[in-house]
Design a protein around this ligand. Structure first.
Ligand SMILES: Nc1nc2c(ncn2[C@@H]2O[C@H](COP(=O)(O)OP(=O)(O)OP(=O)(O)O)[C@@H](O)[C@H]2O)c(=O)[nH]1
Ligand SMILES: [Mg+2]
Length: 302
């Protein structure tokens, strides 16, 4: 997990802590560092931003020959990483759900969007399980009426969590299924409606138009963008598209358990300026971690 990023910072530390570098030597070392970041799924813009954050501080650093010079360097990195990463609090989500339920007497509506295979349906089941552990009920709206077996998969996962799934036939209007699910949650007094959506890259219909229609009709309290961290630079582009075309409130990165590069978290936060709320770290229902900047930073700088 995160080996690529870890290596980028390790190499930089080695170069900086062994000799005192002139300004031009430091520039060369930081150029190499940026390249190492870019090969770990950090976008060019984000890599440049990080290098610019640390450059003046490294230039002014007097590395002690003895003692904890590495700690001083790490604290510079930590500052930059804290600056770039943005975290959303699951506690806040929990509070918002309760407020919507109590004050408005309505279920909280969460719309999940993202490219195909990114982990939307699995993540929804994990979120439903997380909500359940915190005493909140939910209903799953099977609004992926497009992909073969999507409805069965969603129903099956809902069954594993022990929540209701609302579905119609394949080919049905995804927005209509979501409206059904919201009405059903109102009647059943469930706290949250989790809307699963299709994720095909592009077919006959335009995916972004479909997402916008679901959004317009359901007026969700939050739009969660689910991205596969293994897809790296492709995911960077997808994040931008979903952000520009649909609008995203927060991000969930999946498959972090198998991600050996790790830069997508930095890129997404910096490029679309949206927080990450959860990380997917496996295929099980319990493999969902609230995103903590410190969790990631500790691992990158370990
Ligand atoms: N290792 C690992 N696998 C995951 C994680 N999240 C999802 N997966 C797997 O990724 C695959 C795709 O997940 P889905 O939830 O079906 O993805 P989706 O975005 O709903 O896919 P479409 O509906 O086809 O767009 C499944 O095999 C999941 O088990 C994760 O955090 N870690
Ligand atoms: Mg799916």
């Amino acid at each position: 997990m995160l080996e690529g990023l870890k290596k980028a910072f390790q190499i930089l530390t080695e170069k900086i802590s062994t000799t005192h570098l002139s300004e031009s030597e430091l520039k060369q070392v930081l150029d190499d560092f940026k390249l190492q970041l870019i090969t770990s799924d950090v976008s060019v813009k984000t890599a440049e931003h990080i290098a610019e954050l640390i450059r003046p501080k490294l230039a002014g650093l007097r590395v002690p020959r003895m003692g904890n010079g590495d700690e001083a360097i790490k604290s510079i990195y930590r500052g930059a990483l804290l600056d770039v990463l943005i975290e959303a609090s699951p506690d806040r989500l929990f509070h918002d759900i309760l407020e919507k339920n109590k004050v408005r007497g309505e279920p909280y509506v969460a719309l999940f969007v993202g490219p195909n295979g990114g982990g939307k349906t699995t993540t929804i089941a994990k979120v439903a399980y997380w909500l359940k552990k915190h005493g909140l009920s939910s209903v799953l709206s099977c609004s992926d009426t497009f992909r073969a077996a999507a409805i069965e998969q969603a129903k099956n996962l809902a069954g594993q969590v022990g929540i209701r799934a609302v579905s119609q036939k394949y080919g049905a209007d995804p927005a209509a299924v979501a409206v059904d699910a919201i009405m059903s949650a109102r009647a059943g007094r469930e706290a949250v409606v989790l809307i699963d959506t299709a994720g095909r890259s592009e077919a006959k219909r335009n995916l972004m138009d479909e997402m916008n229609k679901i959004k317009r009709i359901t007026n969700p309290d939050s739009v969660f963008l689910v991205l596969d961290s293994l897809t790296g630079s492709v995911a960077q582009e997808q994040a931008r598209r979903f952000h520009d075309d649909v609008g995203v409130d927060c991000v969930i990165l999946t498959k972090l358990d198998s991600d050996s590069r790790g830069g997508l978290a930095l890129t997404v936060c910096h490029e679309i300026q949206r927080p990450i709320i959860f990380l997917g770290v496996g295929q099980g229902l319990d493999d969902l971690l609230p995103f903590r900047k410190e969790f990631l930073i500790e691992r990158i700088l370990a």
